[in-house]
Design a protein around this ligand. Sequence first.
Ligand code: NAI
Length: 340
Amino acid sequence: KRANNSASSPSPQLLRRSYSSESAPERKVAVLGAAGGIGQPLALLMKLNPLVSHLSLYDIAGTPGVAADVSHINTRSEVAGFVGEEQLGKALEGSDIVIIPAGVPRKPGMTRDDLFNINAGIVKSLCTAIAKYCPNALVNMISNPVNSTVPIAAEVFKKAGTYDEKKLFGVTTLDVVRAKTFYAGKAKVPVEGVNVPVVGGHAGITILPLFSQATPKANNLSGEDLMALTKRTQDGGTEVVEAKAGKGSATLSMAYAGAIFADACLKGLNGVPDVVECSYVQSSITELPFFASKVRLGKNGVEEVLGLGPLSDFEKQGLESLLPELKSSIEKGIAFANQG
Ligand code: NAI
């Protein structure tokens, strides 16, 4: 049995089994913020996934067009567009997975935390609706700052009496996607076979790629190379924000990463064994209540939060220095959710 640890290298057997739509159960996936920069390509990629039977696209504007467009693609899922708050309930009802890329993205010079004031409110209201209309759905949180929006979601669900820590995920897959790409480039190995766990959180120094555990092993990388790779992974989002020069942040690579993560959740729900992805979840791996690490996905969401494994001295230092920032982002989210 091998771990289906990388969407880029699933075993052919798993692929055949999970991609045959005849045997695949009905699964409804809702995308909230579906008309946005991430939402549109994510809607496209989810329409291409044969594990999806119903694709629900929700936004405050623009979804009828996106839904009509995507619905013409001749793949399994039925597509429905919903627009405006009065249609949110219908968009959510019966969802197995809700993916949330709703909210404003960064502009040059902004940190993810600068988005807090706007996005925290959006996430709070969307999660209130999830608690009401599809309390059993897996929630894939993309809206930044993920380090805070996941604790906000948890608090909203706790208040509503629907919180299940196995079903709430901060999507950190883009950090893994970047770490794999940058590592493969530097180590000069084929990117398809590369695996790199990324732990911690999803902002700046809280993003901690564990290159000491990267496979295949590369003996041609110096300590300095690994430091540079770590920094590039941590600053990957900013690299895109600056290149887009005011027109937003990563959307295409994020849609890819979001689709990979949702696919892993669907496989888990469908009982495919050994589906492992990194995600920011409720955790007891460190003293913090939320932490990103490898997670085994199953029929109820998180089946097991996996440990960090052996860290290099550089990674141990990185872990020590990220904890205070991650702690304060978590506390900020919890405080926001409980005010007023
Ligand atoms: P965008 O501005 O292009 O799209 C956001 C969409 O959300 C818009 O269509 C907007 O109408 C919609 N929206 C706003 N309020 C809403 C509400 N109350 N309900 C439903 N939809 C609502 O932004 P983009 O580039 O798609 O980014 C979205 C979010 O994803 C941002 O917060 C960004 O920081 C985050 N992000 C997260 C990443 C990650 O790795 N987790 C990577 C890149 C971006």
